[in-house]
Write a new protein. Structure first.
Lengths: 626, 175, 101
């Protein structure tokens, strides 16, 4: 079955090409279902090829396609192990559902086929990233994913804000990519290859724990991850990325692309094992990001912005997990988050679609009567992300917090932050849910919300089922998920394990905190009149604490001034001046030399005569006549 | 002795004729000056035993070429003196320098012989009669001779062409 | 004192220089042309003189050839001057500056 792995990337790429060139002729229906069918086929291939790993005895395989740069160990080859299978299934599974959803959501858009082409391109890119067997190929996928993100965010490029958002995402990502690239250079200089298995086998041999080289590599890798996974200080692009169509937000900025950073750290687990300093930094940044984003999310009024900051916050949880060394916990949260965040975004899209483009929650309300399917499915997602038992979010979030707590010492401070974030998460998600679905409708006149078509509600239902049930994969009693991933983390140190009783109490505390948050929000926002949100806290949080302005003033503006200086002073004066100067030199000397061309015969004759005399004298001298 | 005196006299005539040619205002005077120079040179040829060349010089150069010159001068009507202005001084100086330079270079080049005062001509009796020259001309240099024939033909044709085309153009321009 | 070849050569050089001066200094096209003829003549003189000095007849042959060519050249040259004069009514070479750069 692994013979067909190349189809995983080839099919979406082919789909992208087809939709790009003849999509218009295919028509909306065909283009859309074709795009969906491609990704669904990819999912099935991945499933049948990867199901063998569940038993735990299938070995990881490297499927080589062709040698790309053999001297640096960069081949076009896929590493097919439990980790890549997991991500592949998530990407293609959630991706297929979102393709299906987009058929309904993007109906009537002028560039419908191109949307599906870009979505397919993204799937292909993400799969390259996930399946790569070496850092070089992973970086190729990394960059392609960034490109796809840019194309999709600025899909409605006629809107200047969308175009600017796409640019911002790409540029901020680029800063992260710089870190990744420098890390790659050091990796190559140290190991002489990019191949994962070679590097991970060499690391214990060459280095001891805490070696400087490995710390440098991992720190720079984390810079790259911070760019893609929207951690401090490179998260600013994600809220702006909400300019893209909602399916894009669901797929890329919730379920898949933003998790690439977490995936990359998990893939490099061996390296991070040998750099505890970096791991600590990673965990701290993750926790801080989770906290900051959650606080900002509390005050947002745009439903998509709330979800965007929520994504940043949950990514912070995942980053905290891998920083603590609990890789399977982080990946489990990645999985559950993929489902319930995608569901939340798609549901929000359903709401926006029903309200004819309205995104401000202050003008929503009372939608539960009109959109029952959306209401129920989003309700499941809400409970999941808030961390209510038995939904999946509870189990995954709890595992992360337990692993953090179990490390003891100052790590408990991070646990405390995690608990606070859980409280705030429950609070703002309840706020969102209540403002959107409960109470009376605050929609303006003429807006008649209705339930979305089946192509949009079916994915919601499927995702809701998973959001609810997938928690069963990794309960403390049945660590199916962890066992499944074990082969992929064979050489890595295990995170600290807590006793079952500790787990129980930690879980109880988390649950209590979540319920508290829900109750507070419910009572505050469940009233007939929305409470006023105009204190200084609310205003600052709404403005994301001015981080964007800070960057703009201290980084962007000076950079722009430098660029302007170069453009207005250096370029015209020095470079243009040089070029013009050469031209002037030529014309000037031409003007001077023109005198020789007097057109006068006698002048020419004189010239000949003088030259003859000179030559004659010269020859006579050379001939020794004098 | 007689040879020396003859040489000196006719050399002087040649120089004088050349000077006239250079400096006369009236072009006709210049032509006559050149004519006399050519005659003088013809005499010098005789002194050098180049009898054929001397005669040809008189017939062709003095007889045809200078006559042609005079025809054209008359035809064009530039025989009025003073039709052209003065030369600027700088040009005159430059010309003088160049001319003197030429002469000096050439003279200095041959000064060994000049200083040492080599003897008389190496081959005192060259006998430049028709027979001798013809033997050379039609013997060794046949092809060159034929080429000059072609050259003259082409020159004649070219002159006719110039005259005719010019006439045609004038007629068209007038009509 | 006898006449040596050097005398003839010097005379030739002097005539040649005067011809050069004539070409450079006179504006009348016809006189320029005559100066050129003078130069050719001086060269002829040199040829013949050296021919006598070396005892070779080729010098005189060369002089003959030069005369032929000079004749042909005069023909064409005068025809051109006449043609120009028809156009411009002047034989002043200074006015023939159409190739001015």
């Amino acid at each position: 079955m692994t013979d067909y792995l190349w189809l995983l990337v080839a099919l979406p790429l082919a789909g992208a090409v087809v939709n790009l060139f003849i999509g218009r002729r295919l028509g909306e229906k065909v283009a859309g279902w074709f795009g969906f069918g491609i990704v669904a086929a990819a999912f099935l291939i991945a499933f049948f090829a990867g199901v063998g790993f569940l038993g735990g005895d299938k070995l990881a395989e490297t499927v080589l396609f062709f040698s790309w740069i053999p001297s640096v160990g960069a081949d076009v080859a896929f590493l097919w192990d439990p980790l890549s299978v997991l991500l592949t299934l998530i990407v293609t599974g959630v991706g297929a559902l979102i393709h299906l959803y987009s058929i309904g959501y993007m109906h009537g858009d002028a560039r419908f086929p191109r949307f599906f082409a870009f979505l397919n391109l993204f799937i292909a890119s993400m799969l390259i990233l996930v399946l790569a067997s070496n850092y070089a190929l992973m970086f190729v996928g990394w960059e392609l994913v960034g490109l796809s993100s840019y194309l999709l965010i600025s899909f409605w490029f006629e809107k200047p804000s969308a175009a600017a958002a796409g640019k911002k995402a790409f540029i901020v990502n680029r800063i992260g990519d710089w870190g990744f690239l420098v890390a790659l250079m050091i990796i190559f200089a140290t190991f002489g290859t990019f191949d994962f298995q070679t590097i991970f086998a060499e690391t214990p041999v060459l280095f001891g724990v805490g070696a400087g080289t490995i710390t440098a590599i991992t720190l720079l890798l984390f810079v790259g991850a911070a760019g893609k996974s929207a951690q401090i200080p490179l998260y600013i692009w994600l809220p702006d990325a909400m300019e893209g169509p909602t399916p894009v937000s669901a797929l890329i900025h919730a379920a898949t692309m933003v998790t690439a950073g977490v995936f990359m750290i998990a893939r490099s687990a061996v390296l991070f094992d040998y750099a505890p300093t970096t791991a600590a930094i990673v965990a701290v940044v993750g926790a801080a990001t989770a906290l900051l984003a959650a606080v900002i999310a509390v005050a947002q009024t745009d439903i998509k912005k709330v979800l965007a900051y929520s994504t940043i916050s949950q990514l912070g949880y995942m980053v905290l997990a891998v920083g603590v060394g609990a890789y399977s916990a982080g990946l489990f949260h990645l999985t559950t988050h993929a489902f319930f965040k995608a569901l939340l975004f798609l549901g929000a899209g359903s709401v926006i679609h029903a309200l004819a483009g309205e995104q401000d929650m202050r003008r929503m309300g009372g939608l539960r009567k009109v959109m029952p399917v959306t209401f129920i499915t989003m309700g499941i997602a809400w409970l999941s992300i808030a961390g209510i038992i038995p939904f999946s979010g509870f189990w995954s979030k709890d595992e992360i917090l337990a692993a953090t707590f179990a490390k003891g010492g100052w790590w408990i401070g991070l646990w405390a932050i995690g608990i606070v974030v859980a409280l705030i998460t429950a609070f703002y998600m309840t706020r969102l849910f209540v403002m959107t679905f409960l109470g009376d409708s605050r929609a303006p006149e003429g807006v008649h919300p209705h339930e979305s078509p089946a192509t949009m509600t079916t994915p919601l239902i499927i995702l809701a089922v998973f959001s609810a049930g997938i928690g069963g994969l990794n309960t403390p009693w049945q660590l199916v998920f962890e066992h499944y991933l074990e082969p992929a983390f064979a050489g890595v140190m295990h995170p600290a394990e807590a006793e079952f009783s500790t787990l129980f109490w930690l879980g109880a505390v988390a649950l209590l905190v979540a319920v508290t948050g829900i109750v507070i929000a419910w009572r505050r926002y469940g009233r007939a009149e929305l409470p006023a949100e105009d204190g200084s806290f609310w205003t600052n949080a709404l403005g994301a604490f001015g981080v964007d302005d800070f960057y703009g003033r201290w980084i962007v503006a000076p950079g722009r001034r430098v660029a302007e200086w170069w453009a207005s002073v250096f370029d015209p004066k020095v470079i243009d001046g040089g070029v013009h100067g050469i031209a002037r030199l030529v014309t000037g000397s031409g003007d001077e030399l023109r005198i020789l061309q007097s057109g006068q015969v006698r002048w020419y004759a004189s010239g000949v005569a003088i030259a003859s005399v000179v030559l004659l004298v010269l020859f006579l001298i050379l001939g020794g006549a004098f | 002795m007689g040879e020396t005196i003859t040489f000196i006299i006719f050399a002087a005539v040649a120089i004088a004729g050349a000077a006239t040619m250079l400096m006369a205002r009236n072009p006709v005077y210049s032509a006559v000056g050149l004519l006399s120079t050519m005659f003088a040179i013809a005499i010098l040829y005789i002194l050098l035993d180049a009898h054929l060349v001397a005669v040809v010089q008189v017939i062709i150069y003095a007889g045809a070429v200078m006559t042609l010159f005079l025809f054209v001068i008359m035809l064009i009507g530039v025989d009025r003196p003073g039709a052209y202005g003065e030369r600027p001084l700088s040009q005159r100086i430059m010309t003088g320098v160049v001319a003197v330079g030429f002469f000096a270079a050439l003279a200095l080049a041959g000064r060994q012989a000049w200083v040492t005062g080599s003897s008389a001509f190496g081959a005192p009796d060259l006998n430049g009669t028709i027979e001798t020259v013809a033997d050379e001309l039609f013997g060794t240099w046949t092809i060159v001779f034929l080429a000059t024939v072609i050259l003259l033909t082409i020159a004649a044709l070219g002159t006719i062409a110039l005259a005719y085309f010019d006439q045609d153009a004038e007629e068209e321009g007038a009509s | 004192m006898t006449v040596t070849v050097t005398w003839y050569l010097l005379l030739g050089a002097a005539l040649f220089s005067m011809g050069v001066a004539g070409v450079m200094i006179r504006r009348n096209a016809l006189i320029m042309f005559m100066s050129i003829e003078l130069m050719l003549n001086s060269v002829n003189l040199t040829f013949v003189a050296i021919s006598k000095d070396l005892g070779l007849i080729e010098g005189q042959v060369a002089a003959l050839f030069v005369m032929v060519i000079a004749a042909a050249e005069v023909t064409i040259g005068l025809a051109i001057i006449v043609a120009i004069f028809r156009k411009k009514a002047s034989a002043n070479v200074d006015e023939l500056a159409e190739l001015k750069g």
